[in-house]
Design a binder for this molecule. Structure first.
Ligand code: HPA
Length: 266
């Protein structure tokens, strides 16, 4: 079945055929400014695309060239916590697969669970823990719903990310991302639990998109920009203001890495 937005996207892309797509998380939208010959398509013009209400999320597709390679960026995502729909990004992922996108790079803002992973760092997601208990494939009737997640984060893409970071002289620690539903932040006890269970970062997105992308056969890589230490690790209260404020700082670092990555894989 063809996704509802596919026709509109093909029409607007005018022959541009990127193999790489990216989802830009909270405060990370400025990467679209680096796109040459940009075609901008508001989500509102794409049937099935979400109308994200989160400040710091623009809600548009920006397609063009990055490092000379064709790319498609999704500036803004919808989250489970907005409407209680874990599959809210399904029409987006379906359309990407229809377009022939092969590789998806997801980015997010996240809290650190590790004292040695400071705000402003970029962490390559090695694996995740779906602590929410939710799944975007609940209700999917086909046997394709039994998606293998053993290698959800593509080994070759991870290697390419590490090489790209090395090329631009940036550190890129790897870690495990744990999905909490949000929108309230975690408690200090939950952060201690996350650490005990093997998480390095916590956040409110990305995991359902990874599951959907794997369902649709895309290869996936993901990075977190660390915007704060997890609840209780410092004396400070957490806030979305802080996320939006700090994300662009780590985002500049991520932008350098992604440009080098696209040069490799695009
Ligand atoms: N917890 C969950 N999500 C987040 C955080 C956090 O500490 N920081 C940015 N997104």
């Amino acid at each position: 079945m063809i996704a509802p937005a596919t026709g509109a996207l093909i029409h607007k892309l005018k022959g541009l055929a990127p193999r790489v797509a990216m989802v830009l998380g909270s405060g990370l939208g400025s990467l679209v400014d680096a796109v040459d010959d940009a075609i901008r398509i508001p989500y509102a013009d794409l049937p099935g695309f979400p109308h994200s209400g989160v400040s710091g999320h623009a809600g548009e597709v920006v397609a063009g060239y990055l490092s000379g390679k064709p790319v498609l960026m999704l500036a803004g995502r919808a989250h489970y916590y907005e409407m209680g729909d874990a599959a809210v990004m399904r029409p987006v992922m379906a359309a990407l697969a229809d377009l022939g996108i092969e590789m998806l790079v997801l980015t997010n803002a996240a809290g650190s669970v590790r004292h040695d992973l400071a705000p402003g760092s970029v962490m390559l997601i090695d694996d995740h823990i779906n602590y929410s208990g939710l799944n975007p494939l609940i209700g999917e009737a086909s046997d394709q719903r039994f998606v293998g997640m053993t290698a959800a984060y593509d080994k070759k893409l991870k290697d390419a990310f590490v090489i790209a970071a090395g090329e631009v002289g940036e550190k890129l620690p790897m870690g495990v991302y744990m999905w909490f539903s949000g929108p309230s932040f975690e408690t200090p006890a939950e952060i201690r639990m996350a650490r005990t269970l093997g998480a390095d970062a916590v956040g409110m997105s990305t995991v359902p998109e990874v599951i959907l992308a794997r369902f649709f056969g895309l290869r996936v890589a993901a990075c977190s920009v660390i915007t704060n230490y997890g609840a209780g690790m410092t004396g400070a209260e957490l806030s979305h203001e802080e996320t939006k404020d700090v994300a662009p700082k780590g985002g500049a670092r991520l932008q350098k890495i992604i440009r080098a990555l696209v040069r490799e894989i695009g």
